[in-house]
Design a protein around this ligand. Structure first.
Ligand SMILES: Cc1cc2nc3c(=O)[nH]c(=O)nc-3n(C[C@H](O)[C@H](O)[C@H](O)COP(=O)(O)OP(=O)(O)OC[C@H]3O[C@@H](n4cnc5c(N)ncnc54)[C@H](O)[C@@H]3O)c2cc1C
Length: 507
């Protein structure tokens, strides 16, 4: 495999890469230069490829390139040599063949939200965003194109059959990425994670073979696709899912002062561990530096319930009623949501951020809340961060329907967990110094808190992938005991490791 710069160097490099990374070459490449030891692509090869693609082929000289090359996280600034916006499975197979035979790396993109920029890169980007159709198959089953964004999925399931699916909270995340790694969200206690609702997946393998993986056909690949995360095994073009009946989600939120962080986390984890929180409710505990609301740093607890309003209110009382912690008076909110997305009216915009995760298998160490408070207050006090450089540590209850499935029943191993956690540090206007500070901040926070969350076992979420982890860490924390079986599947379906990326399954 060669990357874009090496590829250009080898091929004579008529496509110039400026200091800022701008690719403004006049045309494509010509013939091999003297140091060429591998592939070259001529204009003829490219135009033949282009003529066989039904979708669009976007080159650095094309006007759409400037936006088409970008993913969600502003931390990454990729300059792919070609972007192929596929129109169907045949385009996918042709693009794989083109990249493979010409020795160019390939990155697959559905929604472009990879935390480590894995769907960008310098080779070919296979963009599935146009493969976003959603069709009812009857009986509560739907076929969902990998490129569909969550807002389209929620909208179509609701309009077509008054149904929904447990999935993530951000409207613009791609179904193709989230469904292969897990799919955490506000319906998980009631209905499990997204991949638990997947009944089959169409996958184009490295050799161009198209497999409809299901319990009946290539059950092993079907097992692996549900938890491996994207990018390792093949290109999933469509999923068949079994949806769940739509129910109004009652959302009730309250605030606790950051001074109660320790108590809040203890109450939250203890209630979840005791089984007192009903399956109809998934609960989030969010510690933040107050930047988003420009209010003081705080803890916000939010209950998402598909039970009756009375049941939701009774669940809230477990947290703030007798024996609980008094909520900050005068603050709080309550509304009914019509999808599991955070805010259906939010305008999705690209963000600059660093993220980390933890899967929590039992009660965190008693002083965890103190450390969370320390790191959030330290960020607030640091003049390097602007008041709008938000930071959060979000806990979400696990268990319920997530743990109805066994740790080795799918490739997603964290079935016995109590909570999952995400750490995020955002920058509004990143500078060299604030980027360094933000990185040091999140690494320091994580160094203190991750061990305290991991006293009963370690884990991280493959969809909140983290490029600070070593290979030994990401393989064991994402997949645990399922990793060896994933490697066996990888060797079978992709023996040459064509689908190779920063944190893909190794041979
Ligand atoms: C703002 C935001 C909110 C989020 N909220 C949630 C949430 O609520 N719950 C949750 O569980 N996760 C959440 N995530 C994480 C999200 O699940 C992952 O980032 C996911 O991988 C994104 O999928 P994508 O298709 O948008 O990203 P992409 O960057 O397109 O893909 C992610 C990875 O999968 C690969 N890939 C993509 N499509 C395919 C395909 N069709 N076949 C094979 N490989 C593929 C890519 O190469 C890449 O490695 C959130 C992320 C962001 C940025």
């Amino acid at each position: 495999m060669i990357g874009r710069r090496a590829f250009l160097r080898r091929s004579g490099g008529t496509l110039a890469v400026g200091a800022a990374g701008a690719a403004l070459g006049m045309g494509w490449t010509r013939s091999a230069s003297a140091d060429c030891t591998g592939a070259t692509i001529t204009d003829g090869v490219l135009s033949r490829f282009r003529s066989r693609i039904q979708g669009s082929v976007i080159l650095p000289v094309d006007t759409q390139y400037a936006t088409a090359r970008l993913g969600f996280n502003r931390r990454f600034d990729p300059y792919p040599v070609i972007i192929v916006r596929a129109a169907g499975t045949a385009d996918v197979a042709r693009t794989i063949e083109f990249a493979r035979t010409n020795g160019i790396t390939l990155a697959i993109r559905s929604g472009g939200h990879s935390y480590i920029g894995a769907s960008g890169g310098s080779g070919v980007v296979l963009d599935l965003s146009a493969m976003n159709s959603i069709a009812s198959l009857g009986n509560g089953h739907f076929q969902i194109g990998a490129g569909a964004q969550l807002q389209q999925v929620y909208g179509a399931l609701r309009c077509q059959e008054n149904m929904t699916i447990p999935c993530g909270s951000c409207d613009t995340v791609g179904f193709g990425g989230i469904a292969q790694g897990g799919g955490f969200g506000y319906l998980q206690q009631a209905h499990g994670i997204t991949l638990d609702r997947v009944r089959s997946a169409r996958v184009v393998l490295a050799d161009g073979t198209v497999v409809d993986a299901s319990p009946e056909a290539d059950a092993d690949l079907f097992w692996a696709i549900r938890g491996a995360g994207g990018g390792s095994l093949g290109v999933v073009t469509d999923f068949t899912v079994e949806a769940v009946p739509y129910k109004t989600i009652h959302v009730i939120g309250w605030y606790w002062p950051l001074a109660s962080a320790g108590e809040a986390l203890d109450r939250f984890a203890s209630l979840q561990e005791s089984g007192a929180v009903p399956r109809s409710a998934t609960v989030a505990l969010v510690f933040n530096n107050g930047a988003a609301s420009l209010a003081p740093a705080q803890c916000v607890c939010v209950l998402f319930s598909t039970g009756t309003l009375a049941e939701a209110e009774a669940t809230k009382q477990l947290f703030v009623g007798p024996g609980g912690i008094r909520a900050t008076p005068g603050l709080g909110f309550q509304y009914d949501a019509d999808s599991p997305a955070c805010d259906p009216h939010a305008v999705a915009q690209r963000d600059y951020y660093r993220a980390k995760s933890a899967i929590v298998y039992g009660q965190p160490a008693a002083d965890t809340g103190d450390y969370l408070r320390y790191w959030l207050e330290r960020r607030v006090a640091d003049p390097m961060f602007s008041p709008s450089d938000s930071a959060t540590v979000n806990f979400l209850t696990f268990g319920g329907a997530v743990s109805d499935v066994g740790p080795s029943d799918t490739a997603f191993p964290h079935r016995d967990a109590l909570l999952e956690v995400q750490f995020l540090g955002y920058l509004q206007n990143p500078t060299t110094q604030s980027i360094r500070k933000n990185q040091a901040w999140i690494q320091g926070l994580y160094a203190d808190v991750f061990p305290r969350l991991s006293v009963h076992g370690e884990g991280c979420y493959v969809n909140y992938c983290d490029d600070d982890l070593t290979e030994a860490q990401w393989t064991s924390r994402y997949w645990g005991a399922n990793y060896p079986r994933l490697q066996v599947t990888k060797r079978r379906v992709d023996p040459a490791d064509f689908f190779h990326g920063k944190q893909t399954i190794r041979l």
